[in-house]
Design a protein around this ligand. Structure first.
Ligand code: ADP
Ligand code: MG
Length: 466
């Protein structure tokens, strides 16, 4: 059932701000799903109150969608181990910020710091380079990220990554942070969404903690990753603050990584001087992945989530979901949930097609040609194509030639005269007698012929003759 919660989370994610999502929903876990009752594990009681008052309808809606069960009820159990891991994250974040208690936004909703909600920006441990699939659509952004991570603050500063929703920007930026910390454990990496940056800034202003805020972002920071900078559109005061943050870090050769859903110049209502700074270093885009990359991502995700996924189903999903990697993953998880619900061990094509309302993929049937069969025969017998098509009558060459003619005739139903032409200008009677001869041996189950025919069929992907 673990996939149920995970796919519900994916559905919920776009419906909450990144901030609220990470604070309130990400720490939860599914305990049970039985008789229409969903039991969720929470770090502490406060979560139950807050979530019930804020997010319950959304959660129920997502769970109903994902499970196909209506009239659901939610129950809570407090799980201290969740609390512990939150505390550890908070502690870790404090260590990274190596500051006094970090400012947290009082803007709605206030993260209950004392009760142990994720206190700090922190990197998401799930997003690393080793689980990022590289393809033509994200090659540049990936290469730039690796380069920036290996020499932060140097050539690719700032690094600006832009691309549509769900294409891997947040993933890449987190990967940069992890890599830098891997190489230099005490590097102070700060990952924040522009939204969080804004909230913290406002909070600091209201609570007379602005010098602390500046200390944190301008001085106690070696690498600053700001996600979804387009959030600053029209927020002049925050832009102003960010501008000075940027300058302070930049002039101290600290790495800055910025993501956005559009190219710098296309961010609406963004100060010109910021836009131009975003282009000082490297601007890299991420495009929607092509089908091969989508398939590779699905396989990686299935492996991570221990979902049994065969090639045909991967192809089906990849054909069906084209725009967005998050949706791709969501679809996979949803199918895994469906498979669990009907007690199937694997997602099969039948289930996938009915769930997706899609048509089973027709594995593009590449038409086998005479030449394919000729090449396969050459490979099997270890001769060259020119020899196969020659007029030599030596058995080492004539036998493969006859077998190839026979396979072509049987499988492709090519006419004798055409085969004659395609085999280097032979008379059609030559082809006819070759086919008869091999046919006779085939029928009498001659081992050499049976083996050769079967091997050629396998090589070109043809089914065995009846
Ligand atoms: P964005 O920030 O661009 O909206 P995310 O980084 O949040 O997108 O990516 C959405 C989801 O897709 C995440 O779960 C992420 O791990 C996954 N993802 C995106 N691109 C890739 C990729 N190339 N390889 C593996 N997972 C990917
Ligand atoms: Mg993102």
């Amino acid at each position: 059932m673990s996939h149920l919660w995970e796919s519900a989370l994916l559905a919920l994610r776009p419906r909450l701000s990144e901030e609220n999502f990470r604070t309130w929903l990400e720490p939860l876990a599914l305990e049970r799903f039985e008789d229409g009752v969903v039991t969720l594990r929470i770090p502490n009681r406060f979560y139950a109150d807050w979530i019930s008052s804020q997010y319950l309808p959304l959660i129920l809606d997502a769970l109903t969608q994902e499970s196909g069960t209506t009239d659901l009820q939610v129950e809570w159990v407090v799980d201290e181990s969740l609390q512990k891991s939150l505390d550890e994250q908070a502690e870790e974040a404090r260590r990274v910020a190596s500051a006094t208690r970090p400012p947290t936004p009082s803007a709605p909703p206030p993260p209950p710091l004392e009760s142990g909600a994720p206190a700090e920006s922190g990197l998401n441990p799930k997003y690393r380079f080793d689980n990022f699939i590289v393809g033509p659509s994200n090659q540049l952004a990936h290469a730039a990220s690796v380069a920036a991570a290996s020499s932060p603050g140097a050539r690719y500063n700032p690094l600006f990554i832009y691309g549509g929703v769900g294409l891997g920007k947040t993933h890449l930026v987190n990967a940069i942070g992890h890599r830098i910390r891997q190489e230099k454990a005490d590097a102070r990496v700060l990952f924040v969404s522009a939204e969080r940056f804004t909230n913290e800034f406002i909070w600091a202003l209201q609570n007379h903690r602005i010098s602390e805020f500046r200390e944190r972002y301008r001085r106690r920071c070696d690498v600053l990753c700001i996600d979804d900078i387009q959030f600053l559109a029209g927020r002049e005061q925050t832009q102003e603050e960010f501008f000075h943050t940027f300058n302070a870090l930049y002039h101290a050769d600290r790495q800055i990584v910025v993501t956005s859903d559009v190219y710098p110049q296309q961010i609406r209502e963004m100060e010109e001087r910021l836009v131009s700074r975003f282009q000082w270093g490297l601007v890299a885009d991420i495009q929607a992945p092509a089908i091969d990359t989508r398939i590779a991502i699905l396989k990686k995700k299935a492996e991570q989530e221990q979902i049994a996924l065969d090639d045909e189903v991967a192809l089906l999903i990849a054909q069906h979901v084209q725009s967005n990697v998050r949706e791709l993953e969501g679809t996979l998880l949803r199918l895994a949930v469906k498979a669990e619900l009907v007690n199937k061990r694997v997602i099969d094509v039948e289930l996938a097609t009915s769930a997706l309302g899609a048509i089973a993929p027709r594995v593009p049937e590449k038409q086998t040609t005479v030449e394919d069969i000729q090449r396969a025969a050459c490979e099997y017998f270890g001769i060259r194509l020119a020899e196969l098509k020659s007029h030599r009558r030596h058995r080492a060459v004539s036998f493969p030639r006859m077998v190839a003619m026979f396979v072509c005739r049987q499988h492709l139903n090519t006419s004798y005269p055409s085969l004659g032409d395609l085999f280097g200008g032979k008379d059609h009677t030559t082809v006819l007698s070759a086919c008869r001869k091999i046919g006779g041996l085939y029928d009498s189950e001659d081992r050499e012929v049976l083996q050769a025919v079967a091997a050629i069929e396998r090589k070109v992907g043809l089914p065995p003759l009846e």
